[in-house]
Design a protein. Structure first.
Length: 101
């Protein structure tokens, strides 16, 4: 599901079962990440799929990338692997107003 930043943040704050997932490259993450995010690079291909398969499927995943395109694809892949609740940040970190670490 695609969410605006406002909806993504408000839903995330109210969610006790959430995981923030950054699907950018390591180099991109070095430039700053949303606090408490875990990084799994979608460009790893099969490695990405394997790491997604190891995730807790009962959690709600808040996914972002640079602009929202890779994270949308990541959400599709995650849904196909049995993770029902994925939320894509529209605009990605490029349009992120919040804090980065």
């Amino acid at each position: 599901m695609n969410l605006t930043q406002e909806d993504w943040v408000s839903q995330l704050k109210a969610d006790d079962n959430s995981v923030i997932l950054d699907v950018r490259t390591e180099a991109e993450c070095d430039e700053g990440m949303i606090a408490n995010a875990i990084n799994i690079d979608i460009y790893e291909g099969q490695g990405f799929v394997s790491k997604i398969e190891d995730l807790d499927k009962t959690k709600n995943y808040y996914v972002y990338c640079r602009s929202g395109a890779r994270s949308a694809k990541a959400c599709e892949v995650m849904n196909s692997l049995g993770i029902e609740n994925t939320y894509n940040l529209l605009g990605g970190i490029l349009e992120w107003d919040g804090e980065v670490v």
